[in-house]
Design a protein around this ligand. Sequence first.
Ligand SMILES: Nc1ncnc2c1ncn2[C@@H]1O[C@H](COP(=O)(O)OP(=O)(O)O)[C@@H](O)[C@H]1O
Ligand SMILES: [Mg+2]
Length: 304
Amino acid sequence: MTEHCLPDYRVLPTDVAERMAQIRQRECVLEIDHVGKVFAQKRNKTIALEDIEFGVHRREFVCVVGPSGCGKSTLIRILAGLEDATSGRILVDGKPVNGPGPDRGMVFQKYTLFPWLDVCRNVMFGIEMGGTDRVEARRQAMQWLQMVGLEQFATSFPHQLSGGMQQRVAIARALAARPRVLLMDESFSALDAQTRLKMQNYLMEIWRKIDITIVFITHDLDEAIYLADRILVLKPRPGRVEEVIEVPLSRPRRAAQMTSDEFLATKAHLEALIRSFGDTTEETDEGGEDFDIPLLTLVTDKAE
Ligand SMILES: Nc1ncnc2c1ncn2[C@@H]1O[C@H](COP(=O)(O)OP(=O)(O)O)[C@@H](O)[C@H]1O
Ligand SMILES: [Mg+2]
C-alpha cells in the first residue's frame, strides 16, 4: 500500500475530535516543565533530553515513542523520580516532585514481583507501605486482583505464573497504592504477540474503569497507536519532542482497528518520521529498563 492512498493521519473522526477536546479541558495531572538531562562523564557529555515540555491530562493515555537512545527511559525515570533532571521540573497535580512518591506507580519491562511473596502479598505490599493495616490491605489487594482477573491465583507464587500474569500482578500492585499516574516502560515488550494484545486490552479495560492517567513508553509503533490518546515522538541527540500526535481512532479500541486506514496512515507517518532521524543503532538497547534498584532497596527494608 502506498502512503498517498491513505487518509491524512491528522484528520480526526468527529467522535475522536470531541474526545480530544474533552481531554484538553481536564487539568494536567502530570507536567513536564522544560526538562533537560545531561549525563556528564569525565570528558564525555550526553544531552539525553533537551527542553521537554508536555502536560498529561487527567485520565489521558499518552505513549512515548522514539528510536533507541532518544531518552525514553531517561524521561520515565525522571518522571518516576529515580533520576534527577538537570534542568526543569516535574509537577504532579501542580506540585513539584522530588524523588519517588506514592503518587506515581511504575511497571517495568522485566518481571519485578517479589519472588518470596505470594501474589496477594505482592499486591498488599504497596498498600501496607501507605500505612494501611494488614486485614484492610488484604481486602483491597483481593479487589485489585479481581480487577486484573487473577483473584484465584492469590496464593500462587510469581514463578508459578506466566509472564503475562506476572505483569498483571505488577499492574495490580502499582495501582493498589492509588497513584495519580501510572508509568510503564516497555511493560509488555517481553511478551509474545498474542499475550501482548491481551495485556493491552486488559490495561485499557482497567484504565476505563478507574481514575488513572497513564504514560506508556514503547518502541512498538502498533502498540503506541493502539493504546494512546496522544503519542509523543522523541527524536534523538539531543532527545527532543519532535511531534505530538492525536491518534485518530475511536474508543473502545478493538484489534480490528489495526488494519483501518486511519491506523495505517498514522503508522506510515510514524515510520517515516523515525526513519528520518537516521541510524541510531550504535546504541545498545534492548528497548527496556533494567531491574530497578530503588525498589529492591525498599524491599529488603520491609521483608520479613
Ligand atoms: N546513566 C547514564 N550515563 C550516561 N549516559 C546515559 C545514561 N543513561 C542513558 N544515557 C544516554 O542517554 C541517552 C538516552 O538513553 P535512554 O534514555 O536509555 O534512551 P532510550 O530508552 O530511548 O533507548 C543515550 O545516549 C544513552 O547512552
Ligand atoms: Mg529504553
